[in-house]
Each structure stands twice: as C-alpha cells, then as structure tokens.
Design a protein around this ligand. Structure first.
Ligand code: HEM
Length: 204
C-alpha cells in the first residue's frame, strides 16, 4: 500500500480503479444502465471534481499563500515564486478550463438545447419561468466571469509577476497587485456562485 501512496500517479490510478469498482457495484445492485442519465451523471461528477481542484487552489492562494508571504524570509521567497506558485498556477488555470467545459456539457445534458439557451439568457426570453434555470444561470455567469479572470487577467499578470515573461521591477509589482485583486474578486464570487450551483437541482 505504501508503494502506491508514495507515488501520486499510482494514487490517482488507485482512486480511478476504486471509482470503477463502485460503478460496477452500483451497476449490479440497482441495474445501472449506460443511458443519457448515466452520462449526465458522469459529466456532473467530472464537473465537481475539476471545480474542487480549481476553487481549492483559489482558496489555497487566498487563505494560505498570499497572507503568509510577508512571514517568509526574503532569501526563501524564491521557493514559492519559482517552484510552488508556478506548479499551483498550472493546475489552477487548467482545472478552471476543465470546470467550464464540463459545466457547459452538464448544462447541455441536463437542460437540452433550448433549456441551455434559456438558462444562459437567465430565463429572460421565457419570462423568468424557471427558478432552477435562473439560479444555475446566475451561478454559471458568476463562474464564467471567474474563469475569464483566471485566463485573461490573473495568469497574464502572474507570468509577469513571477518572471515567467520579462518585465521591469515596477511592472512586476503592478502585475502582482492586479493578480492579487482579481484573485480576491474570484474568492468573493465563489461564495454566492457555489450556493447557486448546489441549490439549482432542488428547484423546479
Ligand atoms: C465555469 C462555469 C460553470 C458552469 C457553466 C457550470 C454549470 C453547472 C451546471 C449546468 C450544473 C447542473 C445544475 C443542475 O443540476 O441543475 C452545475 C452543478 C454544480 N456545479 Fe457548476 N458550473 C460552473 C462552475 C462551477 C464551479 C467553479 C464549481 C466549484 C466547485 C461548480 C460546482 C458545482 C456543483 C457542486 C454542482 C452541483 C452538483 C450536484 O449537486 O450534484 N461549478 N454546474
């Protein structure tokens, strides 16, 4: 067992194997069929998995890394700036994209073509006829703004701040502050966004 747990790759493979085992048990015990509902469930599952990775890392930056940077001696700061932050940002931005894609797939599978459009338009064309569509529509737009911030604001500014692309000292400092403020904005938006995500399916 320790042999598996010492390797992240093997740990992830073991997690996937346990998930497949669970699916087989579910399939035998209550006759799971590989229909539309099954694939919608898998899409929702992948959506929540990637969402956890994204928002988990967002909260790591805001709750752990940023507040503790001033407590780290200057000569040790490169360990964060050159090693930890780039690795965290890699998983952060790609999990944001994966969450967006799986979210839109989940929308299409659960709501259908017309329902998806109505939801994206916040049910305005249909006269606000569905609290469920309106709620998930609001959650989706909050999360889409957050994903935009990640790819269009936070990542380009972090590249300058961390020295991944060339910039002078003043630009670096300005970029670090912009990245931090947008990261804070996303942390603020993540709180109502998650309420909308989890509340939607209990509404009509
Ligand atoms: C990026 C844009 C996003 C889109 C387009 C999107 C879309 C959706 C859709 C369509 C649903 C199904 C709603 C229903 O059952 O009626 C959903 C559920 C959900 N989403 Fe998102 N979402 C996004 C971002 C996020 C993020 C960032 C998170 C963070 C973890 C998240 C977490 C969840 C959760 C927990 C559920 C409920 C799952 C359940 O109750 O089974 N979503 N999302």
């Amino acid at each position: 067992m320790a042999g598996i747990l010492q390797s992240l790759n093997k740990t992830i493979i073991a997690g996937i194997a346990l998930t497949i085992l669970l699916l087989i048990i579910m399939s035998y015990s209550y006759g799971l069929s590989y229909d539309h509902t099954f694939w919608a469930t898998i899409s929702r599952y992948l959506h929540v998995l990637s969402g956890i990775m994204w928002i988990g890392l967002l909260w790591y930056f805001n709750f752990v890394q940023i507040p503790n940077m001033p407590n780290i001696p200057d000569e040790q700061k490169p360990a964060i700036g050159k090693v930890i932050a780039p690795a965290a940002l890699f998983w952060f931005r790609w999990s944001a994209l994966a969450t967006l894609i799986t979210g839109l797939t989940t929308l299409a599978l659960y709501y259908g073509h017309q329902g998806a459009i109505n939801t994206l338009l916040l049910t305005i064309p249909s006269g606000f006829d569905s609290p469920r569509n309106l709620t998930i529509g609001i959650g989706m737009w909050l999360a889409i703004i957050m994903a935009y911030n990640v790819w269009m604001v936070i990542w380009p500014n972090q590249k300058r701040a961390l020295g991944i692309v060339e910039a002078d000292a003043e630009t670096k400092a300005k970029s670090a502050r912009t990245a931090m403020l947008f990261s804070r904005t996303n942390t603020m938006l993540s709180i109502p966004m998650l309420l909308a995500m989890v509340a939607a399916q209990n509404l009509a």
